[in-house]
Write a protein that binds this ligand. Sequence first.
Ligand code: FUL
Length: 488
Amino acid sequence: MKPLLPLLTVGLLACCANLPSNAAPIQPPAPYGPVPTDRQLRWHEMEYYGFLHFTVNTFTDKEWGYGDENPKVFNPSAFDANQIVRTAKEAGMAGVILTAKHHDGFCLWPSRYTEHSVRNSDWKNGHGDVVREIADACRRYRLKFGVYLSPWDRNHAAYSKPEYIQYYRNQLRELLTQYGDIFTVWFDGANGGDGFYGGAREMRRIDNRTYYDWKNTWQIVRDLMPQAVMFSDVGPDFRWVGNERGIAGEPCWATLNVGDGVPGNTKANLNQGERPGSHWVPAECDVSIRPGWFYHASEDSKVKTPAQLLEIYYQSVGRGACLNLNLPPDRRGIIHENDVASLREFRRILDQTFDRNLARQARLSASNIRGQASEYHPRKLLDDDRYSCWTTDDAITTPELILQFRRPITFNIVGLRECLPLGQRIEAFALDQWKDGRWQEFAQGTSIGNRRLLRTPSITTDQVRLRISRAAVCPALAEFGLYVEPGR
Ligand code: FUL
């Protein structure tokens, strides 16, 4: 990731080179509202990564284990971390997040703080460590590695008492110190209820606003892995999108009024975000490739099709969120053939679609360019640099961009991206095509943020116009793309 400021400085130097020596450099626009941190920018760049739900549930055919499972049931017959991570890589994912511990409390690594782990399973005679193998495979395939550590633990005898928080934090420290770089810690909001709890087999309720003392728990992550982003319903770094179908809102703002919300307890509008919002807390869309989060043989025929995955992609990544697509390893300990096949075709279609940006063939003209500087020229929309942008003078908030083609092109996808270090500035836009001697609107939208993809009917034209119809301050657009899906 290239930080914006040095880049803007380089840009300024470049623009100054064209100016008389006494001319003042054209300053970039001031950032608007809450802006992303560096660690959040790195996360935005990932766009699409995977969840791996794997634990005793895989072998007991459950979604939520009670916590009384015999560790021996965890016994994959042909566990292959390379196959799992390679599948994610070939699907185009930028990383994976492993359920190191789900609600049942079973640990996929030999934690020194519990007996309820792989150490007491028959798998590799108790010498296995799934976290280590997946983390190592991620390094091999150059994918980022993250962990899910369920706050709710239906196995632990002290759950609901202060001692459990100590235990939870010890586990967090183990994961953050023994497995190399961790790009994210995913804090689930599901909490409390009945469970085994060391044999008590009872209902336990906690006050999820206070029990985990999140402020101090999160600080452990900041201290041990400063570049890691943290997920929970309300951030602090990225938020839940409010459903498990993988669908972001329209609009989907990257900002939110966090207030005193905590995981599992928030009144915020998670699906659409809030504007103006107090914090930059962008959405993540988590969804499983199958109906359940864990593997069930009965769902082998219910794997989402490439067409369904594409729908999800356009409504998550295409609405400025990140997509966290769950791939559940099966009882062998690999990703099932049906899932692999669907992912391959999904990837093939995405690659073919985004391989070629037809906008590159266009002559670009804009109604305004900030200070007339080459540094802010619409050409910046096509340079594959998400931190350079076409931007306008401060007073101009509703500029237009026209793309003229020598001969008609056909497309059905429009892609837009804002320059995130300058904040989310654009509030509404419309797209027109030149048809029958006049401009005709063919699409419109609201929020853009990290990425906006619009899927339209096939359009054939030799001129396209983008109209920014509402913006809080002068817009700063980093990318513009026109693409065609195969078969259109
Ligand atoms: C939920 C959990 O209860 C599910 O089992 C799953 O892990 C999902 C990603 O989050 O809150």
